[in-house]
Design a protein around this ligand. Structure first.
Ligand code: MG
Length: 260
């Protein structure tokens, strides 16, 4: 009997050791992960912050941003923007005189932005609903009416302008709303030179169009893109290309490191 009790005690101690850690959530006797900070299944590792997820947009109405997003445009005003020439009508900000530039600056981020090309469609190729999303104010993801309208592939909607066409053309007809979700890793510079390029992963209307693609640099028309060292953060800019593309539901989430 005594021996059985001893065995039970031993088992109880083992169980305690196995489930040690804050609130008994995990393990402290497991191997350390390569970062040297946490054990495998470490219960003391910070819990990810709880947020309210976004709701999906419909053609009739934008969805709601996730609760921790920085909302740059919610359909009511351009307070978060530098250019007050872009009018707000029916919940949308309309491409107008001069590029639109955010007041706040960002580095690594998840950018969500919705746009709708003018209807009825006017013009052809690059003259048809042309705008652009300049991440960090420099790197253009093309906005263009590419629904049943051709142009050079690295200049169509969702292209990394002058570099890569989207993997597929997921553009909706003019008048309907397109959704871009852009996951952006900013370039890193060291000693005045490029250390690591920018990377972009992107969904257009929920469809993958770029998969951790290394950006060649800041592109311009008819020129090879190149990098020029710049600060860690830059504004979001939207292009004035002389068309009347509409934008709505613009939000951004800076990307934190794990455990932050
Ligand atoms: Mg453009």
């Amino acid at each position: 009997m005594i021996r059985l009790n001893a065995l039970a005690l031993l088992l109880a101690c083992s169980a305690t050791a196995l489930f040690a850690g804050e609130k008994g959530l995990g393990y402290q006797d497991t191997p350390m992960l390569p970062d040297g900070k946490w054990h495998v299944h470490d219960g003391e590792r910070p819990q990810p912050k709880v947020i309210t997820p976004p709701t999906a947009s419909t053609n009739e109405a934008p969805g709601k941003p996730p609760s921790d997003a920085i909302v740059l445009f919610d359909g009511t005003n351009t307070d978060k923007w530098q250019n007050q020439n872009w009018p707000v009508e029916n919940g949308a900000m309309i491409e107008s005189k001069g590029n639109q530039v955010s007041k706040e600056e960002f580095g690594d981020c998840h950018l969500h932005i919705e746009w709708s090309a003018p209807t009825p469609a006017q013009g052809t190729g690059q003259g048809r609903g042309n705008s652009g999303v300049f991440v960090m104010g420099k790197y253009e993801i093309q906005v263009l009416d590419s629904y049943d309208s051709k142009t050079y592939p690295d200049g169509q909607a969702a292209a990394i302008y002058g570099q890569y066409p989207p993997l597929v053309n997921a553009t909706k007809p003019p008048g309907e709303w397109n959704v871009y979700d852009i996951i952006w890793t900013a370039p890193r510079f060291k000693d005045g030179k490029l250390d690591t390029p920018a990377y972009v992963t992107m969904f257009h209307n929920g469809v993958l169009v770029h998969n951790h693609t290394a950006v060649m640099g800041a592109g311009t028309h008819r020129q090879l893109a190149k990098y020029t060292p710049h600060p860690e953060k830059g504004p979001l800019a939207l292009q004035d290309h002389g068309n009347k593309t509409r934008f709505r539901n613009i939000w951004i989430r800076p990307i934190n490191n794990y455990d932050e």
